[in-house]
Write a protein that binds this ligand. Structure first.
Ligand code: GLN
Length: 497
């Protein structure tokens, strides 16, 4: 079978299960693609060639022994370098964890392995998942496979780029304010932020614990659903894990339909700062939803205008506490430990050398916002806004089944363009952040190319908490509708690079 890298994860799983291809062949084809293009794309921080082939062999042996394989068994995946992997480096895109080899697997890693999913390696990301472009990685940026001079989004740019460059059919990301959905939007791929608590955070390096959520990335809605099913579900090792059945996302993706659904268009997500071609493709998506039988209404969520400001107090506050554990004593880097310095001095030197500028900015901001005297004015006010955002969603979902918006205000911007302008960078997440504040579920999927630059545009679908299946039902219908119109998937060709 030639061209194994073109196939979807669902197709690969079928080929492996019925013996048309072995997992070793499929894995090798993807490793060959990594060898051919990743020097240019830089989606991976670490490629685990031997480990991947060993996992693939194990799946092939299980099949040969007559075992009935799971729905993604033998299919390769790119794992964001924020999940611990036993015996395989985990850096979170930071120098402070350079050389650290975790002694244990994250729950997500464990579940992938148990399902026979083959982990190819660890993907590049903004340091500690702070960023929207992957330029904050301490190991250099990732290129967008649509145009290597542009950003692939962030923080999960490596995972999204691995899909768009056909180095992997599946990837895992994390989404604190948009880091799964925004990279999906700007690379023409599918990304889902599950309901908060839907996927275990155990072994996922913490950035902002009340917002962080791991989730699936893929090139099709069905592939994302198959992966969602593998990683989701209650985990006693994560105290915020939801102890309830996982919505049947695979069945929803297989039976995509919007007939009889009420869809709300969020009024606040347009206007100044939104690229014309993004709005054009979004408006066409809304038209498509109508044609497919949805009833579309406009919905107002006035507090969403304050969400970005609230997020940039809450996320830095939580990160200033979470990152305190990187003290040069417990993990990774240690600078200046020559017997002449105090522990405090070693900690300070290590953090100075090990953390990049964005991480330092956020730790300082968060420490300030939480300090006594300022707590009520900043952190307290931000938490009140968070409540207002949640209430806006509750009001909206009393009337509609899902909400839709563009995923991002613009298409992929050039590498370097916003690197020195944190505010411009932060605005990339205008439409995604409210979802994290409320803990809802959301998906980004491709809705065309912007006419002015030929780059992918993402459609965001938002569902109430624990109604993740609605994302897949609507997403699959939209995906099928667009493919019928275009005559092919958005990522039709394997880019030459
Ligand atoms: N871009 C946002 C930030 O920098 C969101 C990142 C994320 O979702 N991890 O915080």
């Amino acid at each position: 079978m030639a061209d194994l890298i073109r196939l979807t994860a669902a197709e690969l799983a079928t080929a492996i299960a019925d013996g048309t291809a072995s997992s070793v062949e499929v894995t090798q084809a993807h490793l060959d693609r990594v060898d051919a293009v990743d020097e240019k794309v830089h989606a991976f921080l670490h490629v685990d060639r031997e480990g991947a082939i060993a996992q693939a062999k194990a799946v092939d042996e299980r099949r040969a022994a007559g075992e009935r394989l799971g729905p993604l068994a033998g299919v390769p995946l790119a794992l964001k370098d924020i999940f611990t992997t036993e015996g395989v480096p985990t850096t979170v895109g930071s120098k402070i964890l350079e050389g650290w080899i975790p002694p244990y697997d994250a729950t997500v890693t464990k579940r992938l392995k148990a399902a026979g999913v083959v982990i190819l390696g660890k993907t590049n990301m903004d340091e500690f998942a702070m960023g929207s472009s992957t330029e904050n990685s301490a190991y250099g940026p990732t290129g967008n496979p649509w145009d290597l001079t542009r950003i692939p989004g962030g923080s999960g740019g490596g995972s999204a780029a691995s899909l768009a460059s056909f180095q992997a059919p599946l990837a895992i990301g994390t989404d604190t304010g948009g880091s799964i959905r925004q990279p999906a939007a700007v690379t023409g791929t599918v990304g889902v932020k599950p309901t908060y608590g839907g996927v275990s955070r155990y072994g996922m390096v913490a950035f902002s614990s009340s917002l962080d959520q791991g989730g699936p990335c893929a090139r099709t809605v069905l592939d994302a659903a198959l992966l969602h099913q593998v990683i989701a579900g209650h985990d006693p090792l994560d105290s915020t894990s939801v102890d309830a059945p996982v919505p049947d996302v695979v069945e929803a993706a297989r039976s995509g339909s919007v007939a009889g659904l009420r869809v709300g268009v969020v009024k606040e997500f347009r206007g100044e700062g939104y690229q014309a071609g993004v709005l054009q493709r979004f408006d066409e998506s809304v038209e498509l939803l109508r044609e497919l039988g949805a009833e579309v209404v406009e919905v107002s969520c006035p507090s969403f205008d304050l969400a970005l400001a609230a997020y940039y107090l809450i996320a830095p506050s939580e990160c200033s506490s979470n990152l305190a554990r990187f003290d040069a004593m417990r993990y990774g880097l240690r600078i200046g430990d020559d017997g002449t310095r105090s522990a405090e001095e070693v900690t300070a030197l290590t953090r100075e050398a090990g953390f990049g500028p964005e991480v330092k900015r956020r730790v300082m901001l968060g420490t300030y916002a939480l300090s006594s005297g300022y707590y009520d004015a900043y952190y307290g006010s931000a938490q009140k806004v968070r409540t207002l955002v949640t209430r806006d969603f509750e009001r909206a979902f009393a009337d509609v089944h899902v909400l839709v918006s563009p995923t991002t205000p613009t298409t992929a911007f050039p590498i370097g363009e916003r690197a020195d302008d944190p505010m411009a960078m932060y605005r990339a997440d205008l439409c995604t952040i409210p979802v994290n504040l409320a803990g809802n579920a959301a998906m980004s999927l491709p809705c065309g190319l912007a006419p002015e630059d030929g780059l992918p545009v993402g459609l965001q679908i938002i569902a109430p908490a624990m109604a993740d299946d609605r994302l897949y039902r609507v997403g699959a219908a939209v995906e099928a509708g667009f493919q019928a119109r275009w005559g092919h998937p958005i990522l039709e060709e394997v880019p030459a690079l």
